[in-house]
Write a protein that binds this ligand. Structure first.
Ligand code: IPM
Ligand code: MG
Length: 357
């Protein structure tokens, strides 16, 4: 039987509630399919691990993870530790350490959910946001001098490389080419940022020539934010820089009902190292321990993980299970319901067991 090795890292906060729920629905899918196995290893890395050891993960953490086929990740962030420490110590250390340069964020209004936009029905927003995940505004390039003095200075330099922009454009065009509308919107801010963003536009135009079947259009990021709200049906595949896509994807999550359903995949499309699958929402300390975290984003990212592993039938089965639960109205409080994490998990597991497609 095909076996895929999964590294599970709950991390912090509700990450440790949604990842076990995700593993439960994955077990149900695996049992139902019966043609593949997941060999899951848990890693207790994160802020508690930092308090105990002084590191968010062991020094050889990346070497350990390299032997896995995928990483199933919850969240990092702790109210008592600086965000930059927890983030760079674990999540960004993995993303950048494995050069997971493509961050893929599907966005859709699921059955039974309501967009806050008037007149937008289930299925009507159907986008894929492709976020550059290795450079740009997150390159970590900059510094501070004269700290605490009146002349203090801080810089944060965005980095755009030809290799970096070409590869994210190719990823976006490939994704668009496989979708019915074959439409890519390249988002920049090249009116105001006349070096990196003009370069981004030039590289996009160059890569577009390799994909004559795909229509490319350009949009400035501020105008794109407005278009998300005003003309959501006009959008299909969106490619943007690390920071622009970060902001747009929170807006996208909100427009489809809740950030609690929004999944993401940090991909190395060349498969030199494992890719990482996680919910977008973060550690959410305000609701940690209450048992009400929405596990849907973590389930949906499991679909992305199964697809990446080549288990397309299992992925489709899990997505049907998720949609059956949302359509039935089994919803956590972020979606206006009263269901717990456990209720949603049980509803999805029951739907999977009863799905004889
Ligand atoms: C996201 C998150 C992260 C990001 C944070 C936690 C640093 O907002 O995945 O969108 O900006 O990359
Ligand atoms: Mg974000």
């Amino acid at each position: 039987m095909r076996t895929h090795r999964i590294a599970a890292i709950g991390g912090d906060g509700i990450g440790n509630e949604v990842i076990p729920a995700g593993l439960e629905v994955l077990r149900a899918v695996q049992e139902k399919q019966g043609d593949f196995a997941l060999d899951v290893t848990d890693f207790p890395w994160g802020s508690d691990f930092y308090r105990a050891t002084g590191r968010m993960m062991p020094e050889d953490g990346l070497d350990t993870l390299r032997g896995f086929d995928a990483i199933y990740f919850g969240a990092v962030g702790d109210p008592h530790l600086p965000d930059a420490l927890t983030l760079w110590g674990l999540r960004l250390a993995i993303c950048q350490g494995f050069d997971q340069y493509a961050n893929i964020r599907p966005t859709r209004v699921l059955p039974g959910l309501q967009s806050p936009l008037r007149g937008v029905e289930a299925g009507q927003i159907d986008w894929v946001i492709v976020r550059e995940n290795s450079e740009g505004e997150y390159a970590g390039h900059g510094g501070r001098a004269h700290q605490g003095h009146a002349i203090e200075v801080a810089t944060e330099t965005s980095i755009f490389t030809r290799v970096g922009v070409e590869r994210i454009m190719r990823t976006a065009f490939r994704i668009a080419a496989a979708r019915p509308r074959k439409l890519v919107t390249v988002v920049t801010k090249s009116n105001a940022q006349r070096h990196g963003m003009v370069f981004w536009d030039e590289v996009a135009a160059h890569v577009a020539r390799e994909f004559p079947e795909v229509t490319m259009e350009k949009e400035l990021v501020d105008a794109m934010a407005a278009r998300f709200v005003r003309k959501p049906a006009s959008i299909d595949t969106v490619v943007a820089t690390n920071l622009h896509a970060d902001i747009l994807s929170d807006l996208a999550g909100a427009l489809t009902g809740s950030l609690g359903i929004a999944p993401t995949a940090n991909l190395d499309p060349e498969r030199r190292a494992p890719s990482m699958f996680e919910p977008i929402h973060g550690s959410a300390f305000d609701i940690t321990g209450k048992g009400v975290a929405n596990p849907i984003a973590t389930f949906w990212t499991a679909c992305m993980m199964l697809d990446h592993l080549g288990e397309h039938a299992a992925s489709a089965r899990l997505m049907r299970g998720i949609e059956a639960a949302t359509a039935k109205g089994v919803l956590t409080p972020d979606l206006g319901g009263t269901a717990t994490t456990k209720d949603v998990t049980e509803a999805v597991v029951a739907a999977i067991r009863g799905d004889n497609t």
